[in-house]
Design a protein around this ligand. Sequence first.
Ligand SMILES: [Mn+2]
Length: 495
Amino acid sequence: MNITIPEFSLVVLVGPSGAGKSSFAREHFRPTEVISSDFCRGLVSDDENDQAATEDAFQVLHYIAAKRLARGKLIVIDATNVQPESRKSLLKLAREYHCLAIAIVFNLPNSICHERNRLRPNRNFGPHVVRNQAMQLRKSLRGLKDEGFHNVFILNTPEQVAAVEIERTRLWTNLRHEHGPFDIIGDVHGCFDELHELLQRLGYQITLSEDSMPSYQITHPEGRRVVFLGDLVDRGPKVPEVLHLVMDMVASSVAFCVPGNHDTKLLRKLNGRNVRLTHGLAETMAQLALQPPAFVERIKTFLESLISHYVLDDGKLVVAHAGMKETMQGRASRAVREFALYGETTGETDEFGLPIRYNWAAEYRGQAMVVYGHTPVPKLEWLNHTINIDTGCVFGGQLTALRYPEKELISVPAAATYSEPVRPLQPPEAQVSVLTAQQQHDDILDIEDVSGKRIISTRLQRQIIIREENAIAALEVMSRFAANPRDLSTAYHVA
Ligand SMILES: [Mn+2]
């Protein structure tokens, strides 16, 4: 049997004592990837078979598993895992770290397990132990997928176990091997003319073949490729044209595309789900009604294929519709997908009745640059290595591209205001700040950023270590004698 597991996953071996889980784990995984309950019993009690140490042993096992998952490392749990409760706590761990859980089940005849246990020293428990475990296992078999395992592999004979080949696959979000250069484009919302103009300004050559099935050929002389940040549809005048262009670009590997909340809502509608025709979806449906059914089918297939977010260029670049926190980057779970589509909201609404968005970017401390859209902004601003490039084209703003790695921003103005924003795009004059978002953010010192032992990576010196006592001393001096450099430059200009 060929077993494929994602490169980052929690692999749960399930089977009675004596089923051959440990030898299997030894054969197919690195020693550091496997944590066994027996080993943990030994760690806490000096006796791998001391059942009284089981609870402590599992606390150690969970602790180690959590540490590996936090670092994005695969882990294999070598324990019987025949009871639903034991699997439940492991599945909870997988969810917490946005990791896929895989079950490999050893459903072998009881006699084989019992015979193996009889031959092992210190395993002097009677046949009833294996019999009970096997019974619990068989009761669990059908429900494993519903419990939350992404994939379940069941091995029924020793021959099947011996013939297993394990293949590790890239996570769908993992495009670290794609190095660009990229042109990342924010929310298009059916603004085809502006998209066409933007692509031309970026140097793309666009031709539309007029065969029986018209298709776009798009090339860039320097081999650049586009990343669309989602929300291709709704509100704007030419949704089918935008979809046609983007789908042809993705199909010919000239573009990547992540989904936006409007795109997934359209997909639900096309799948016959009960969706309210609000926020521009009615316009999209009216435009699609004039298209041939085959084209609408193609849109469905395309939207279904979109992956929540991408990690590109050796992990240096992350793209997602509404942003991506560091702890979720390159991971897979429902929560990750929701974050990519909607971001985080505080649960409150503003004076326009719109949800107040939790500003994850203000707390972002990750190494990867995060480029996102979703919330129209009047001004393009970097904040903690993140940037929102949705400049509200459909609301009469601009359509913007970020050139990567150049970090150059190119915008084309909207030809019209296609939709009236509920919340004005430009904040009232009084609220316009002379400070950039980064300056406002940096105005408040986060004590977590400067206290304790710090290891700082720099471009010229590589790493500088600041010891805790030095950090305290520096804070002391700064708080007494230092002035904000911005105030100094003001004073200088005045003088
Ligand atoms: Mn959106």
